[in-house]
Design a protein around this ligand. Structure first.
Ligand code: NAI
Ligand code: MG
Length: 510
């Protein structure tokens, strides 16, 4: 289905999306990647296409970076870290630079939203209303941290040195050269989540965007230059995971690797990083429980449950894919979410009334369709949806399943599509053992009017985020990340800064 459309067809497609005349904006020319402040092709000269998932047409060609390009980018990041002005810049000036980047991104909101929608498939309105403002805010939030990377003074006793006095303090220092590998579900926002804290802590970076969605990261590279971030501080290498990604994760001169993506690849990254014990942070998959109690405001719980699974077409690591409904309201909630699913306008991201776009790629289309078939085979009942929508582009129907139980693939595995398992329960105590067997622990939600119950359940769920009477609420100040196999470390908030700094203790005899 990946149509081998001609450059002419691609450019025809593209002219319907106005943009600036930048090198890495939405223009049909082959893109370049960023190494040491220069825009370059892959050392091999190879390129690969990025597709419009609404049509399967090629948008443009992207450099296929591989080990030699990663080597050059790491050299450039190392040089910028050791010898460049970034670390020596005053914290205030570094903060102003990051703030400038946020301003530039905000100024180009429309262009970025169009590019994101084109490359990823998400509705333009979603890119404009969620991805862009969140990315802008993240850079602003991180700009503020540049001047607040505090250490402590520590009164020490040293029991074996009676009578002696010491002055001891800690300093937080940048971890160094960071490799960052990001996915395709929120391409720009994931770049912001990764770059923001790395830059605020004076690290230098080699960023590898997902091969499915490289366009906004490359365009961001131009704004990074325009904002005055020195050459070599951010290097962007496009390419595939098994080649460019693997070379970055195993590179001996990378001090830390930050990864967002599948749990399977997360484990590969850990093994690669173990060779020289580089630091690792991981934001991985999920199979998140969304629990509606009988005393909840049922209408808002239904709307929230639909948002939990259908937002971004279910391509969210925190998607509320296990919907537990207390018996009394099971039929009402299933009817409600099924009717919400029927009403969702599925279509190309650039159509103004589109509420759900295509899945990101042909691979994801087949993966999600495979889960739908597995559900059928294992005895799940499809209340609404099931299967592909249309025969061009990577569209699937928003889907609600019942009759699911642990042990079924649809119940146990991350589907990463708009497919929810609705499960009735008698009392919360029945759910908790199932959830304690959940290998994931990224997010959870509970809907209830009983404040004590809400807090009690929140304390019992082993998840990095628990939402109460809401879902998919994100903020730059709120840490996000996984318990169990959903990851290591937290993105955003003050906590992410720990992932990019190390503490030095200095002890002075007085
Ligand atoms: P993936 O984990 O393969 O890809 C994510 C990133 O890792 C991409 O940049 C990719 O190039 C890179 N990568 C892949 N293999 C690598 C390797 N061996 N070494 C270094 N980097 C590597 O995810 P994929 O294949 O795109 O999607 C598969 C499933 O992963 C999805 O169906 C979904 O369940 C899950 N996923 C989870 C995400 C999350 O936000 N937690 C995001 C994307 C996918
Ligand atoms: Mg993969």
């Amino acid at each position: 289905m990946k149509s081998k459309s001609t450059a002419k067809a691609a450019s025809k497609r593209i002219t319907s999306h106005p943009s600036t005349a930048s090198t890495n904006g939405n223009s049909p020319k082959p893109k370049k990647m960023l190494i040491g402040g220069r825009w370059v092709s892959a050392a091999s000269g190879k390129t690969f296409p990025t597709y419009n998932p609404a049509t399967g047409e090629i948008i443009c060609q992207i450099p296929e970076g591989d080990r030699p390009d990663i080597d050059a980018a790491v050299r450039s990041a190392r040089n910028a870290f050791e010898n460049g002005p970034w670390r020596r810049m005053s914290p205030s000036d570094r903060g102003k630079t990051l703030w400038r980047l946020a301003d530039l991104l905000e100024k180009h909101t429309e262009e970025f939203a169009r590019l994101e929608s084109l490359d990823n498939g998400k509705p333009l309105a979603v890119a404009r209303g969620a991805d862009l403002p969140l990315a802008v805010d993240l850079f602003r939030y991180m700009a503020g941290w540049c001047t607040k990377m505090l250490g402590n003074t520590i009164p020490i006793s040293v029991p074996y040195a009676p009578g002696e006095r010491f002055h001891a303090y800690t300093v937080r220092e940048p971890i160094g050269v960071v490799g960052q590998i990001i996915p395709w579900n929120f391409p720009l926002l994931m770049a912001a989540w990764k770059l923001g804290p790395a830059l605020a802590t004076s690290c230098t970076v080699v960023l590898k965007p997902a091969e499915q969605t490289p366009l906004t990261a490359l365009r961001l590279g131009e704004l990074i230059q325009e904002a005055g971030i020195p050459d070599g501080v951010v290097n962007i290498i496009t390419g595939f995971g098994e080649t460019a990604g693997a070379a970055l994760a195993a590179h001996p001169d990378v001090d830390k690797i930050a990864f967002t993506g599948s749990t399977e690849v997360g484990k590969i990254i850990v093994r690669a990083a173990a060779i020289d014990l580089k630091k690792v942070s991981l934001e991985l998959g999920g199979k998140s429980p969304n629990i509606i109690l009988a005393d909840a405001d049922i209408d808002s719980a239904i709307a929230g449950a639909a948002n939990a699974i259908f937002f971004n077409h279910g391509q969210c690591c925190c998607a509320g894919s296990r919907l537990y409904i207390q018996n009394k309201h099971f039929d009402k909630v299933v009817d409600g979410i099924a009717s919400a699913a029927r009403k969702i306008k599925v279509g190309p991201g650039d159509r103004p009334d589109t509420e759900m776009g295509p899945l990101v790629s042909e691979e994801q289309l087949h993966r999600v369709l495979g889960y739908m078939r597995a559900g059928d085979k294992e005895g799940a009942k499809t209340v609404v949806g099931g299967g592909r929508l249309g025969d061009s582009g990577y569209f699937v129907k928003p889907t609600v399943l019942t009759n699911t139980k642990p042990g079924m693939k649809v119940m146990d595995e991350e589907i990463f599509g708009p497919v929810v398992c609705a499960i009735p329960f008698n009392q919360v105590e029945d759910i908790l053992p199932i959830e304690s067997d959940n290998v994931y622990g990224l997010a959870a939600a509970v809907w209830t009017r009983d404040i004590s119950k809400a807090h009690r359940i929140a304390s019992e769920l082993r998840a990095g985020t628990v939402w109460v009477n809401c879902y998919n609420i994100f903020d730059s100040a709120l840490p996000f990340g996984g318990y169990k196999q959903s990851g290591w470390g937290r993105e955003m908030g003050a906590e992410v800064l720990d992932l990019y700094t190390q503490t030095k203790a200095v002890c002075v005899r007085l």
